[in-house]
Design a protein around this ligand. Structure first.
Ligand code: NCD
Length: 308
């Protein structure tokens, strides 16, 4: 089973794979915009989505992507499953594997959970986010959105700002942008900056104003209190005062800089309402919209790889 192509993290991809996914995502976006039915190729396949952590946009956009491709989806709900009857996680996964789905899409709070699940699965496993480690499809849809608005990322300065320590979005984005040669600024207060930044082209900053200086893209992250030890943040207001993105602060970035956020946003904590809702600079809704065609591209490509 080791030859199955999965998407557990960005390390599962090379630059050719990324270019293939971007071009397929553009194809699917065009099909969706023109109401073209693309559900023939994968009709009859059955996918399983298995989200053991809360999600709104990721889960719905994966399911929408699968349905648009003709894949029927079953959503497996951990709360009403045999896990709540005391079955071990491994037994549950072996049971799901025995049912032989065509693809498994999962989100889990445990570090690297998709890697252990993939060992049992007779089909591709797609990571919809695990722990603070990886969220590869978010990074891919962010890349698609950046390229649509700003072109080739190897010519761009991109700031990833906020709670980097607890963010799988930050890690997958940095890994992907690094692979493609972008100039990455990792911007966080000292206590939210990881000890190691294992990227070739990344520089750490602890001041927001300095970190976003001359950047083309400013990507904000949610303060992930559910992953923090208590007392790390004194108050939301203090955090906003030092790290919240306002129009005033954004003047440090390039004059035509765009703003991104993977959602869910905490308005007034990491981002000001006026910035989040500014149609001239905010790509936040465009990111959500691109989630569907990019996840269609990922599912289509993985299924095709495993048929070959
Ligand atoms: C993020 C996630 O769940 O990793 N959201 C998302 O998938 N778009 C970020 C977050 O929780 O802050």
């Amino acid at each position: 089973m080791s030859s199955i192509q999965h998407l557990r993290d960005i390390a599962d991809l090379n630059t050719d794979n990324v270019r293939t996914l971007l071009s397929r995502a553009r194809f699917f976006k065009d099909a969706l915009d023109n109401k073209k039915d693309v559900s023939d190729k994968h009709r009859g396949k059955v996918g399983l989505s298995f989200f053991v952590e809360n999600s709104t946009r990721t889960r719905i956009s994966f399911e929408m992507a699968a349905l648009r491709l003709g894949i029927s989806m079953i959503h497996w709900d951990s709360a009403s499953s045999s896990l709540s009857k005391g079955e071990s996680f491994d037994d549950t996964i072996e049971t799901l594997a025995a049912l032989a789905p065509d693809v498994l899409i999962m989100r889990h709070s445990e570090y690297n959970a998709p890697r252990s699940v993939a060992r049992y699965m007779p089909c591709p496993v797609v990571n919809g986010g695990d722990s603070y480690r990886a969220h590869p499809t978010q990074a891919l849809l962010d890349l698609m959105t950046i390229e649509e608005h700003k072109g080739d990322v190897s010519k761009l300065k991109i700031a990833i700002c906020g709670d980097i320590a607890h963010s799988r979005v930050a890690r997958s984005n940095a890994a992907l942008l690094d692979m493609l040669g972008a100039d990455i600024h990792m911007v966080a207060p000292e206590y939210l900056l990881p000890q190691e930044l294992p990227y070739k082209n990344a520089t750490a900053y602890t001041s927001l104003d300095e970190g976003i200086k001359d950047c083309d893209v400013v990507m904000m992250l949610r303060l992930q209190k559910e992953r923090m030890t208590q007392g790390l943040i004194s108050s939301d207001q203090d955090y906003f005062n030092s790290f919240g993105l306002t129009h005033e602060r954004l003047k440090h970035a390039k004059a035509d800089a765009v703003v991104m956020h993977p959602g869910p946003m905490n308005r007034g904590v990491e981002i000001d309402n006026a910035v989040a809702d500014d149609p001239h600079i905010s790509l936040i809704r465009a990111q959500v919209a691109n989630g569907v065609p990019m996840r269609m591209a990922v599912l289509d490509w993985l299924l095709e790889q495993n048929e070959a």
